[in-house]
Design a protein around this ligand. Structure first.
Ligand SMILES: *Cc1c(COP(=O)(O)O)cnc(C)c1O
Length: 486
């Protein structure tokens, strides 16, 4: 409910700020001001169940709209390739300090522009630490500047012949975890681990077996669509046994780590050599990335910019510092716990109504609904739900018979609606509405009369009655309560 909202205390000031900003923008390009207003109205009016999205506070959002955007600051705090970076230094140092405190990490790098960029920085730091430095020593060179043409060939060969083991996309892993067509699947020799075909759960013995066989230099853990917690202590044991570096990508669930819902073996930070994240998903900060690392990798992560990244987005780093400060408050831990409790209610709501969930439930922030029992593809289910006002995204399920485009699943997450104040009873209603819509949707046919994987028919009246129920719930849980644009 609204008393949980991080917005109310300064809703009036935020309203004034946005009114003024929109007036200034409209004086140059009114269509952008109008689209910005419309985006707020659309977000307020939609039931957002996209597991990777959230609503950042006005404090976080307003921090991004300043003159820090105009500054170049390649390098690190106190060591910049540009002059006059003293205020950027303040911002970056604070973002890193808050991140270290929040996650209990020895070292934090707040520069990555996105989650994928954070992973590229992590890959680079691991290659530099594990391959480049020893290779240079072997060649008797202090730096790459000392290399001959022949030495460069040798170095390129060593850097480009490394092995990476990560979770497959259809089991819930991310493109950057070694998916063949992605850069990670091209710059590394890759092998992928999946989940148990019966239970849908991670099989640590199988991961260990694969690791012993393949001997990866990098073992990647973490996911975008796996509805369960991961035992990172076990992943570290597997990495140690085969001499791999453990990289954990907590992009999706960083909020649950920050809020101490995932602790002990489920907290990746003490177990991973390098941990990467986004800052805009369950962590509820600005759109961006983050790398945390053990001390031994710090110097190589610090070279992320300009070796991998372009100039830091100082305005976004400032917003990261604000978001991390918010996440260090006790209210954020309560929010994180509600994310997990609400996901449980959502899953229960589906199960009691006879729907099928991958792994049979959830213990994190997301639910993966297998829509086969409704006779639909993920694409048809996603489109029918959208027509009824429910915003989700289609997603592969393990061994997906429909491939990565049409898919067989729908992924639903609780972070965004939990920010709006939704609780268990609202999430039970969400499950009820989704089951109702999908039960009244049938697969369509192509123009030639063949079964279609894309078109669908939603029974008359279902979209209207669903919209009415949704509008009622959204009105009771307003987004940015008290924020009024004139
Ligand atoms: C979302 C996500 C990313 C990518 O984040 P971007 O900010 O979109 O680049 C990387 N890894 C995982 C596991 C993710 O879920």
């Amino acid at each position: 409910m609204s008393e949980q909202s991080p917005v109310l205390p300064y809703a009036k000031a935020a309203s004034t700020a946005y009114d003024a900003a929109l007036e200034v923008i409209a004086s140059v390009e009114p269509r952008i001001a109008e689209a910005t207003r419309q985006e707020l109205a659309d977000q307020r009016g939609s039931l957002k169940l996209i597991a990777s999205e959230n609503y950042a506070s006005p404090a976080v959002l307003l921090t991004m709209g300043t003159w820090f955007s105009d500054k170049y600051a390649e390098g690190t705090v106190g060591h910049r390739f540009y002059a006059a970076c003293q205020n950027v230094d303040t911002v970056e140092a604070l973002a890193a300090e808050h991140a270290r405190e929040l996650f209990g990490a020895p070292y934090a790098y707040a520069q990555p522009h996105s989650g994928i960029d954070a992973n590229l920085v992590a890959f680079w730091s691991i290659l530099a630490h594990r391959v480049e430095t020893p290779a240079l020593e072997k060649l008797g060179a202090k730096s790459v500047n000392d290399l001959t043409e022949q030495d460069w060939e040798t170095l390129r060969h060593e850097l480009g012949n490394q092995r990476l083991l990560g979770m497959s996309l259809d089991a819930g892993g991310h493109l950057t975890h070694g998916f063949r067509p992605n850069i990670s699947g091209k710059m590394f020799h890759q092998r992928q681990y999946g989940t148990d075909p019966e239970t849908g759960l991670l099989d640590y013995d199988r991961v260990a077996e694969l690791a012993r066989e393949f001997k990866p230099m990098v073992l990647v853990a973490g996911y975008s669509a796996y509805p369960r917690r991961v035992n990172f202590a076990k992943m570290r044991e597997i990495a140690d046994e085969v001499g791999a570096t453990l990289m954990v990508d907590m992009a999706h669930f960083a909020g649950l780590v920050a809020g101490k819902v995932f602790t002990g073996d489920e907290d990746p930070v003490p177990h991973a050599h390098v941990t990467t994240s986004t800052t805009h998903k369950s962590l509820r900060g600005p759109r961006g990335g983050l790398v945390l690392a053990q001390e031994e990798f710090a110097a190589d992560v610090d070279r992320g910019c300009p070796m991998v990244l372009g100039g830091p987005l100082s305005h976004v780093m400032a917003a990261k510092a604000v978001a991390f400060a918010e996440a260090r408050r006790p209210e954020f831990a309560e929010y994180a716990q509600r994310i997990a409790d609400n996901a449980k209610s959502l899953a229960e709501g589906f199960l009691t109504r006879g729907a099928t969930l991958v792994t049979g439930g959830t213990d994190n922030h997301l639910v993966l609904l297998d829509v086969r029992s409704f006779g639909l593809t993920g694409r048809q289910a996603e489109s029918a739900l959208l027509e009824a006002g429910v915003v989700t995204n289609r997603n592969s399920v393990p061994q997906d018979p429909n491939g990565a485009w049409y898919t067989t699943g729908v992924r639903l997450g609780t972070p965004a609606l939990t920010t709006r104040g939704f609780g268990s009873s609202e999430f039970d209603t969400v499950a009820e509405l989704i089951v109702d819509v999908l039960s009244h949707t049938t697969a369509g046919t192509t123009k030639a009369g063949a079964p279609s994987k894309a078109t669908f028919v939603l029974a008359d009246g279902v979209a209207e009655r669903t919209h009415a129920r949704i509008d009622e719930m959204l009105a009771r849980n307003p987004l940015y309560p008290g924020l009024e644009l004139t």
